[in-house]
Design a protein around this ligand. Structure first.
Ligand SMILES: [Zn+2]
Length: 239
């Protein structure tokens, strides 16, 4: 099916930004810092306009389309390496972004969000989050506990959506308007609960519809460790 360019959600998804040491067995999504910096310079040079996730949603709701030259960067899980390696690049280039946090992991070195077999990893601290919030980084919710929501009861999903919003708004002192499903998993009932909790939109990874815009199942373009070269990155971009 041919997807109208205006249907394509111009949102990139990153996870960890770091370079593993030699000989370290690594799983999961990461992008080395130098590669990330190259990708960001490229986006600037191409003339993309950066929107936070909320700003992108507002634009869509007002205009009925995504901005033709707009792009949104999102980061899932709230890793400390986002502050150490991504934030300096974003600040230097004046790029906005949205980070989806797991409130129960803030300030912790935790295995909660790692795939099985991976060791614990440091998450952003309160102070790092507040500093980034002052410099154009939006914080959305990635649920309280990073459980797969389609497997939980409605009551548990409600807790994950409502409590995480509450905790993040208390911390950041700004409205928490966007949600990202852990591992991208959702169901029709999960969507409705997240909407009822007061979010304006929710992001999956690739499980949302391709032929229409569902504000509570928005797809994202995942930037993977195998996207080593700029031409591979370029091919994935929305325009
Ligand atoms: Zn996640």
């Amino acid at each position: 099916m041919k997807v109208e360019s205006t249907m394509r959600v111009p949102v990139l998804l990153y996870h960890k930004i770091y370079k593993p040491g030699r000989g370290v067995l690594v799983r999961g999504g990461f992008t080395p810092p130098s590669r990330f910096a190259r990708q960001m310079s490229y986006l600037k040079k191409r003339g993309f306009v950066f929107y936070t996730a909320s700003e992108l949603i507002d634009h869509y709701n007002e205009e009925g389309v995504f901005p033709s030259n707009g792009i949104t960067l999102t980061f899932d899980d709230g890793w400390k390496d986002n502050y150490v390696h991504a934030f300096p690049v974003l600040k230097r280039l004046g790029i906005k972004a949205t980070i989806f946090l797991v409130p129960s992991c803030i300030g912790q070195v935790s295995e909660k969000v790692m795939a099985s077999g991976e060791s614990a990893r440091a998450h952003l601290s309160n102070a790092e989050i507040l500093e980034m919030s002052k410099h154009g980084i939006e914080f959305g919710s990635h649920s309280v506990n990073h459980k797969w929501l389609h497997e939980l009861t409605a009551e548990e999903v409600r807790f994950e959506a409502e409590e995480s919003k509450h905790l993040l708004e208390n911390l950041v002192q700004k409205p928490c308007r966007v949600f990202a499903y852990p591992a991208g998993y959702y169901s029709a009932s999960v969507e409705r609960i997240v909407e009822t909790a007061g979010y304006h939109a929710a992001f999956t990874t690739v499980y949302g519809p391709q032929d229409r815009v569902d504000m509570f199942a928005l797809n994202r373009i995942e930037i993977l460790r195998r996207d080593r070269f700029l031409y591979q990155f370029r091919r994935k971009l929305p325009l």
